[in-house]
Ligand binder design. Sequence first.
Ligand code: KG4
Ligand code: ZN
Length: 338
Amino acid sequence: MEKRYPVILGIESSCDETAAAVVQDGRKVLSNVISSQIQVHKLYGGVVPEIASRKHIENIDGVILQALSEAQMTWDDIDAIAVTYGPGLVGALLVGVAEAKALAYALHKPLLGVHHMKGHIAANYISNAQWQPPFLCLVVSGGHTHLAMVEDYQHYRILGKTRDDAAGEAFDKVSRALGLGYPGGPKIQAAAENGKADAIHFPRPCLEEEGYDFSFSGLKSAVLNYLNQQEMKGEAVQAADVAASFQAAVIDVLVHKTMQAAQAMGVRRVAIAGGVSANKPLRKALEEACAKEKMEFCCPEFILCTDNAAMIACAAYYEYTQGEHADLRLNANPNLTL
Ligand code: KG4
Ligand code: ZN
């Protein structure tokens, strides 16, 4: 008889994407449905939590059914239901958690609670079938900037994190100040293509410090101060130059700290994850830095960088195969730590 690999339905609703995916054997994505709410939230310049929760409720059933149908699966084919239970927006998380619990209960399937960041890291396993721990991972998203040593599929050691704003948050805030819109990352990246990265010298926070912590709020303030000064002097602002100079400062810090940590930890393998890892100049800079040091580099394909449920099902697979299940007391935890 043909060996039957576990098939996991993943659900993700921690921020402004309602997503469901069916993943077989941990890494084979059979469907990956993402319903983005960007069109709604961009009217407000950022994610409005109350609206996000309501949109998740409207969309989640349809998204899950579409994921099943695209995977050509029925409920009988699903071995477990996995869901992001934190960190994130509590109201948004609750929609996914309640849905997953209802499905697990009604269908008598095991329930798996997944940490959102573990999901982002797992996106690398999908994009590179050979990739496995141990490795160092830079997790950069709208909510996180962490340097994590991934010791094995279950164990992570945080070497450093941001003391204030996450890298993605800084992209979003600077984009808003430049009037480029939401989400800021892709807008800044696009604007920067026509700008000069050395036009304005913005600070590189934490670069000279020991340790692996980050800080982006000072850099964001430096950009805002620059914009104010230009306005007061009556001088025009070249948005492309500001975007390129800001992006270069962020990349400098991220790449420098990551390489420093990789060397100190003696790892030869470096990965990147989270929404900001979709940033092309960042991927290129880290890839080049790794090549220079003869280290292996892995990054998820673009669709798996930002929020999706395939990464959640993939991370859940490694819990499932260890026999680690949640029960119906699983609750959303907006401040869940790794
Ligand atoms: O991982 P994600 O979808 O959600 C969170 O878990 O936060 O990340 C969203 C963040 C946003 O701040 C967005 O501006 C940023 O990722 N982002 C980017 C790019 N694409 C998305 N930042 C820089 N460059 C990009 N191309
Ligand atoms: Zn995320």
